[in-house]
Design a protein around this ligand. Structure first.
Ligand SMILES: [Mg+2]
Length: 319
């Protein structure tokens, strides 16, 4: 808890030890040496600097601001794992998120079903936005000073999503390694465990399943997953802005929202922050187009820590 109060003091603008931050950032960036001769990667890193190596810049931007924190789940708080049901949150990461939520309004915005993410995270003091933000609820902590809120942007699509899930289960059942996940208001077709030669079969099956309802459903691509969502004007960015409004923090010069995510659907949130002077942080080891201002590396699945050791945790422990 001492570290949390120190972080609060720094975010309030009372100073920081820049040499400590820089030395720690250098020590914990395992990609630096690997990419020393990779000009494309280094140009990308110049444009989207590693937040840990530029933590002073980050602190300058948050100095004196009221911060709200928005977090993706898979690949951000946990490593990407072969079986989505095994993407459990480490005790260390849970403790880190708990500390963040103690300081700032905090929400998880995930493509997963809200109930599943709530089950993984087990922190009732948070807001949760499942199904890419289409299913929002929280906090459920009786001691929270935040008003509980519920909102479902695509409730009328639930029967159609149920039907789609059952159809996709049938279509993918004979494709080795393929799996289907019901995320309440969207459906994920995973091909992470498929041999490469079967990937196209999954794409074809999903497209065929959606074909009859193209006016109402659309398909997006994530990290070895296809996600079918209702055709509604709603995404993680809209969910973030909705939560800011719920919190009474929208369009205020002294408010600074921060979003951390790793995948294409997180770009909607990064773009929303660009328009609202927030800070996006992309978790990635690879150079790729992003609207995020900063980046952070992701750990290998074996580390079981993902963003925790590189971003949130380091921010809390380096002071
Ligand atoms: Mg993710």
């Amino acid at each position: 808890m001492h570290a949390v109060k120190s972080e609060a003091a720094i975010l309030a603008g009372t100073g920081t030890d820049s040499s400590l931050a820089a030395s720690l950032a250098a020590a914990i960036d395992p990609l630096k040496q690997q990419h020393d001769d990779d000009h494309e990667y280094n140009a990308w890193r110049d444009e989207h600097p590693c937040i840990l190596q530029h933590f002073d810049t980050f602190l300058e931007r948050v100095n004196g601001k009221r911060v709200a924190v928005f977090l993706d789940y898979d690949g951000t708080l946990t490593p990407i794992v072969n079986n989505p049901d095994n993407a459990v949150l480490s005790p260390q990461m849970r403790d880190t998120v708990r500390q963040v939520a103690h300081l700032f309004p905090t929400a998880i915005i995930s493509g997963r079903g809200r109930d599943k993410v709530e089950g993984f995270v087990q922190l009732p003091e948070l807001f949760y936005a499942g199904s890419h933000g289409m299913d929002i609820a929280g906090p459920k902590d009786d001691h929270s000073n935040l008003t509980p809120h519920n909102f479902q942007a695509a409730a009328e699509f639930r029967p159609m999503i149920d039907q789609l899930y059952h159809d996709l289960c049938k279509r993918l059942q004979d494709i080795p390694g393929a799996s289907v996940e019901h995320n309440n208001f969207c459906v994920s077709a995973h091909f992470r465990n498929c041999a490469t030669e079967h990937w196209q079969q999954v794409v074809v099956a999903v497209n065929e399943s959606v074909a009859a309802q193209q006016a109402q459903l659309h398909v997006t691509r994530g990290r070895k997953v296809l996600e079918v969502r209702p055709q509604v004007d709603w995404d993680k960015g809209r969910a973030l802005l909705h939560l800011l409004e719920v919190l009474g923090l929208q369009q205020q010069a002294d408010v600074l929202p921060i979003y951390i995510g790793d995948d294409k659907t997180d770009e909607d949130a990064f773009r929303a922050l660009q328009d609202h002077t927030g800070i996006g942080i992309l978790v990635s080891t690879k150079a790729k187009p992003t609207a995020a201002a900063f980046t952070s590396y992701a750990c290998s699945p074996g580390d079981r820590t993902s963003m925790g050791q590189s971003g949130l945790s380091s921010g809390l422990t380096m002071v």
